[in-house]
Design a protein. Sequence first.
Length: 132
Amino acid sequence: VKPLLAFAAVSQYAAIVMPTLMIWKGKEHGLVVFDLTGIQMLWLVVSALVGIGIGHTLYYFSMSRLGVAVASGVVQLQAVTVGALEGPIFGSYLTPTQWLTGVLAIAGAMLMLYAQQRTMNADRAAASRTSS
């Protein structure tokens, strides 16, 4: 799947589902968005472009390069990363158990990336031996 095509599909689904949920479940049926100040509206748009646009494009690009299993494993690091960064920003720190499981998740992701790299190198070596 081409990353930009996948992103376009996800964007279309989000453009349909999110406003529907906003109108159905949102505070004042989503009309509170019109109460935002100019800077809040700017941050909303920037958040949408960065979080959805660039984030999904890079995710699908990495999936096409690394494969679904490795890309999905690396995405699992998002929770650990957010948890580690929220302490200095919001004052909510991870517990020792959360740090331990986070370190295990990072080790697992590194192991998947290492295995993927070894597999790719072995495939290249086999292809070069076959073509010579």
